[in-house]
Design a protein around this ligand. Structure first.
Ligand SMILES: CCCCCCC/C=C/C(=O)SCCNC(=O)CCNC(=O)[C@H](O)C(C)(C)COP(=O)(O)OP(=O)(O)OC[C@H]1O[C@@H](n2cnc3c(N)ncnc32)[C@H](O)[C@@H]1OP(=O)(O)O
Ligand SMILES: Cc1cc2nc3c(=O)[nH]c(=O)nc-3n(C[C@H](O)[C@H](O)[C@H](O)COP(=O)(O)OP(=O)(O)OC[C@H]3O[C@@H](n4cnc5c(N)ncnc54)[C@H](O)[C@@H]3O)c2cc1C
Length: 674
C-alpha cells in the first residue's frame, strides 16, 4: 500500500516501478521511528516550517566556503533557530510535547540544517545535560533559564591534551579556598590544557569543567564546575583564561572545537555542580552515593549517540538503496538490457542488512533509553543504584557497537554507489566524517569494550557463585548446565547460540586470567595480556543484546500484519547476517556446526531475494526529507544524473572557462615547451 506522497509526486520510472507494489503500510513504519502518529505529524509540520525558511538556506554550498565562513554560517543558522524556536508562535503551537520536539529537532537540525557540525550542539547536548542531570534544584533554578534563553552559552570540557580516556589522570585542579569561599581553577601543565570540546573555541561564554577537587591538600578526584570563560556583552576572554579553536578536523568543521587554559581562575564555591557531591563552606566534602554519578552526562550522551548514528544509517541506506534502483550497469545475461544494480545479489547484500540494522539499532537504543530513565528516576527518588552497572555496561556496549557498525555500514553504502559515492554531492563522504568520530568521542570504543568486559567477567564470577545477575547477563545463570550445541536455527535458537558463545569465550578467557595469576602475574597485567580476547567477548555479548532485543521488540509488536511480516523478515535477515559474519566464533564455541552455517547461508540468499522488491519502499518508510538526505544520489525523485550535472556546475572553477591559475602556472610551462 503506497503512502499519499508516493502517488502525487514525480519520480523517475525506475522508482515508480519500485513504489508501485508495496506489501506494507509505509506510514506505520514511519510512525515507529517517530514514536507515534502524532509525532510524525509534528515532525512534518516542523520540517515544512524549517525547510521553507530562507534564513536557513546556505548562501553557497558549504564545501566551497572558507573555515571562517563555515563557522559564521552555521552560527547564524543555529542562533536563528534558537530564537525562532523559543519565540515563533507557529512553532510553539505545533505541540507534540518537549520529548517529541527534542528528538525530532535533533534529527532535523543536526542532519539537514547543520550539515557539518553546529557550534551550539554542545550547549544543547552536554551543557544543558549537565545542568539538568548534575545540578541541585537551587542551581538549576539559577542556571537553566539563562542557558535556555541563550543569555549564556556553554559546553562540556573534560578532555585534556594529555588525557581523554583516563579521567582519573586529568590534571586541571579545582582547589578550595575556605577564606574566600572560592575554588581556584588551574591548568598546571601544557598537558592539562582542555582540548576538543565542541563550541569551546569562539562560541561558549561558560563551560562545565571537569577538574580534580582538592580540599586542604586532599584530592577527591574529578568533579564538574561551572566556569565563566568570556565577558558578558564583549565576549572577550576573561582574565586568567586562554581559549581558542584547535584547527581543521576530518569532519564537523563548522563546530569550533577548542582549547582552554586556566591561570588560577577563581569561581564561587557554589559553582561546583552539586547534585551528587558537595563542598560545604567550611570545606567539608559530602560524598555522592556513587563516585561515578558525576559521569552521568557521558552516559546520557552515549544513549543519544545510539540514536544519532541510527539516523545517519537511515540517511546512508536511503541514498544507496534509491541509487541502486536507478543505476543500471553491466549485464546479467549477455545482450540483455543493463539491469538495475540492485538486481545483483552482492548489491542486495550491501543495502538490505544495513536497512535491517536500522531497526535493530532503534529497538535496542529504545530499551537502553528506558533503562537510563529508570536509573535517573531512582537517583532522583534517592533509592538504590542497583541498575547503574547494567546501564554503564549496556550504554558502553551499544555506543561502541553501533558507532562501529554504522561507520562501517556508511562506508559500504559509499562503495555501493561506485565513483559517484565519493562525490561530496552524494553526501556520503560527509555522513561518514560526521559519524566516524562517534567511535572516539564519549569514550573511545576499545576502552568502552574493556569496560563491558570488566562487567562480564565480574558477572561470570558472580554466576559461578550463584549470585545475583543484572538483566543483560541473566543468561549466565544457565552456564554450567547448558550444552554448547544449538539444535534449532530459529531466531531464539540463534540468540541462544550467541549466549553460548559468550559463555564459552568467557570461560576460556577467565581460565587464562586465572592461569596468569597463578603464575604470579599481577591482575592488571594479566588483564592486559588477555585484553584482545576480552574485547572480542564484549563485542559478541553486545551483538547478543541487539539480536535479543530485536526479537523481543517484534514479539510485542501490535501493528498490521503487513508491517509485522516485513519486520519479521528484516529481523531474520539481521540475525542471519550477524551469525554468518560471526560464524568463526559460533563454530569455535561449538554452538553451530558447518552444516548449520551452510543452511543459514542458503537462507540468507533467499531472504535477500524476498526483500529485494521491498528495498525502496523500506527506505521510503524512513520518511527522510530530501533536505535531510542532501544528496544528488538519494533524492526522492531519483533524478540522479541531472542533479549530479547541476551540482558540478556550482563549482567555482566553472565560473570561467580559463582560470587565472592557468595564466600564472600552466601557460608559462606550456609556452616553454612549444
Ligand atoms: C547525539 C550526538 C552528540 C555528540 C556529541 C559528542 C561530543 C563529545 C563529547 C565528549 O567526548 S565528552 C568526553 C567524553 N569522555 C569520555 O567518555 C572518557 C571515557 N572514559 C571513561 O568513561 C572512564 O574514564 C572509564 C574508561 C570508564 C574509566 O573510568 P575510571 O578510571 O574513573 O574508572 P575506574 O576507576 O577504572 O573504575 C571503574 C569502575 O567504575 C565504573 N564506571 C565507570 N564509568 C562509569 C559510569 N559512567 N557509570 C557507572 N559506572 C561507571 C566501572 O563499571 C567500574 O566499576 P567496578 O567494576 O569497579 O564495579
Ligand atoms: C569530534 C570530537 C569531539 C569531541 N568533543 C568533546 C567534547 O565536547 N568535550 C570533551 O571533553 N571531549 C571531547 N572530545 C574528546 C574525546 O572524548 C576523546 O578524544 C576520547 O575520549 C578519547 O580520548 P583520547 O583522545 O585521549 O584518546 P586516548 O585515550 O589517548 O586513545 C588513544 C589510543 O589508546 C588506546 N587506549 C587508551 N587507554 C586505553 C586503555 N585503558 N586500554 C586499552 N587501550 C587504551 C585507545 O584504545 C586508542 O586506541 C571530542 C573528540 C572528538 C574527536
Amino acid at each position: 500500500m503506497a503512502g499519499k506522497q508516493v502517488q502525487v509526486r514525480f519520480c523517475v520510472p525506475d522508482l515508480q516501478k519500485e513504489r508501485a507494489n508495496c506489501s506494507f503500510n509505509k506510514e506505520e513504519i514511519t510512525n515507529i521511528f517517530d514514536g507515534g502518529e502524532h509525532n510524525t505529524e509534528t515532525r512534518r509540520k516542523l520540517q515544512n516550517i524549517i525547510f521553507s525558511d530562507p534564513n536557513l538556506q546556505d548562501p553557497i554550498p558549504p564545501d566551497y566556503m572558507s573555515h571562517e565562513q563555515r563557522y559564521e554560517n552555521e552560527l547564524r543558522k543555529a542562533v536563528y533557530v534558537m530564537k525562532k524556536f523559543m519565540t515563533d508562535p507557529q512553532l510553539q503551537d505545533i505541540g507534540g510535547g518537549p520529548e517529541a520536539i527534542k528528538w525530532m529537532y535533533n534529527s532535523i537540525l543536526r542532519h539537514a540544517i547543520h550539515k557539518d557540525g553546529n557550534p551550539l550542539m554542545l550547549h544543547f547536548g552536554m551543557f544543558l545535560g549537565a545542568i539538568m542531570g548534575q545540578m541541585s534544584e537551587e542551581q538549576q533554578a539559577e542556571w537553566l533559564p539563562k542557558a535556555m534563553s541563550g543569555e549564556i552559552i556553554g559546553t562540556y570540557t573534560q578532555t585534556e591534551l594529555g588525557h581523554g580516556t583516563f579521567l582519573r589522570g586529568l590534571e586541571t585542579t579545582a582547589t578550595y579556598d575556605p577564606v574566600t569561599d572560592e575554588f581556584i581553577i588551574h591548568s598546571p601543565t601544557i598537558t592539562a590544557t582542555k582540548w576538543w570540546p565542541g563550541g569551546l573555541g569562539k562560541t561558549s561564554s561558560f563551560a562545565v569543567v571537569m577538574a580534580q577537587l582538592h580540599i586542604r591538600g586532599q584530592n577527591y578526584g574529578p568533579h564538574p564546575f561551572v566556569v565563566q570563560l568570556r565577558e558578558h556583552v564583549t565576549h572577550a576572554s576573561r582574565p586568567g583564561i586562554t581559549v581558542g579553536e584547535i584547527g581543521p578536523r576530518l569532519g564537523l568543521n563548522s563546530n569550533d572545537n577548542g582549547f582552554l587554559r586556566f591561570d588560577n581562575v577563581r569561581i564561587p564555591r557554589t559553582n561546583m555542580v552539586m547534585k551528587h557531591s558537595k563542598v560545604l563552606k567550611d570545606g567539608t566534602y559530602v560524598k555522592p552515593k556513587s563516585a561515578k554519578l558525576s559521569y552521568g552526562v557521558m552516559v546520557l550522551t552515549r544513549v543519544g549517540i545510539c540514536y544519532d548514528v541510527c539516523w545517519q544509517l537511515m540517511r546512508a541506506t536511503t541514498i544507496a538503496t534509491r541509487y541502486a534502483a536507478v543505476r543500471h550497469q553491466s549485464e546479467l545475461e549477455v545482450g540483455e538490457a543493463e539491469p538495475q544494480i540492485i538486481e545483483y545479489q552482492t548489491q542486495q547484500y550491501k543495502v538490505l542488512p544495513m536497512i535491517a540494522s536500522v531497526y535493530a539499532i532503534w529497538f535496542a537504543a529504545d530499551t537502553l533509553r528506558h533503562t537510563y530513565m529508570e536509573v535517573q528516576k531512582n537517583i532522583n527518588k534517592g533509592s538504590d543504584l542497583d541498575l547503574l552497572p547494567e546501564l554503564h555496561a549496556s550504554s558502553c556496549a551499544l555506543k561502541a557497537l553501533f558507532s562501529t557498525d554504522v561507520t562501517d555500514g556508511i562506508s559500504v553504502m559509499r562503495l555501493g554507489c561506485g565513483g559517484h559515492g565519493y562525490l561530496a554531492s552524494s553526501n556520503l563522504p560527509r555522513i561518514y566524517t560526521s559519524t566516524t568520530p562517534s567511535q572516539t568521542y564519549e569514550g573511545e570504543n576499545t576502552v568502552l569494550w574493556l569496560q563491558v568486559a570488566r562487567f562480564l567477567i565480574k558477572s561470570f564470577r558472580e554466576a559461578s557463585k550463584g549470585g545475583r545477575l543484572q538483566p543483560s547477563v541473566a543468561y549466565f545463570k544457565n552456564h554450567q548446565t547448558q550444552t554448547r550445541r544449538i539444535t534449532d536455527l530459529s531466531n531464539s535458537g540463534l540468540v541462544s547460540g550467541y549466549e553460548r558463545s559468550v559463555l564459552s569465550m568467557l570461560e576460556a578467557v577467565a581460565k587464562q586470567l586465572q592461569q596468569y595469576s597463578e603464575e604470579g602475574m599481577r591482575y592488571e597485567h594479566a588483564w592486559n595480556a588477555c585484553s584482545v580476547r576480552l574485547v572480542n567477548v564484549a563485542k559478541v555479548h553486545a551483538r547478543y543484546i541487539v539480536c535479543d532485543q530485536f526479537v523481543k521488540a517484534l514479539a510485542k509488536y501490535e501493528g498490521s500484519s503487513g508491517v509485522r511480516q516485513i519486520m519479521d523478515q528484516l529481523c531474520r535477515l539481521y540475525m542471519i547476517y550477524s551469525v554468518t559474519n560471526d560464524q568463526g566464533i559460533l563454530l569455535k564455541s561449538g554452538a553451530l556446526t558447518p552444516d548449520q552455517c551452510n543452511l543459514l547461508e542458503e537462507e540468507l540468499g533467499e531472504l535477500l531475494a524476498a526483500l529485494r522488491p521491498e528495498a525502496v519502499n523500506l527506505v521510503d518508510a524512513f520518511d527522510l526529507h530530501d533536505e535531510v538526505l542532501d544528496s544528488t544520489l538519494g533524492a526522492w525523485d531519483g533524478d540522479v544524473y541531472n542533479r549530479l550535472y547541476n551540482e558540478a556546475m556550482k563549482s567555482p572553477l566553472n565560473k570561467v572557462d580559463v582560470p587565472d591559475a592557468y595564466y600564472k602556472y600552466l601557460q608559462p610551462l606550456m609556452k616553454s615547451n612549444l
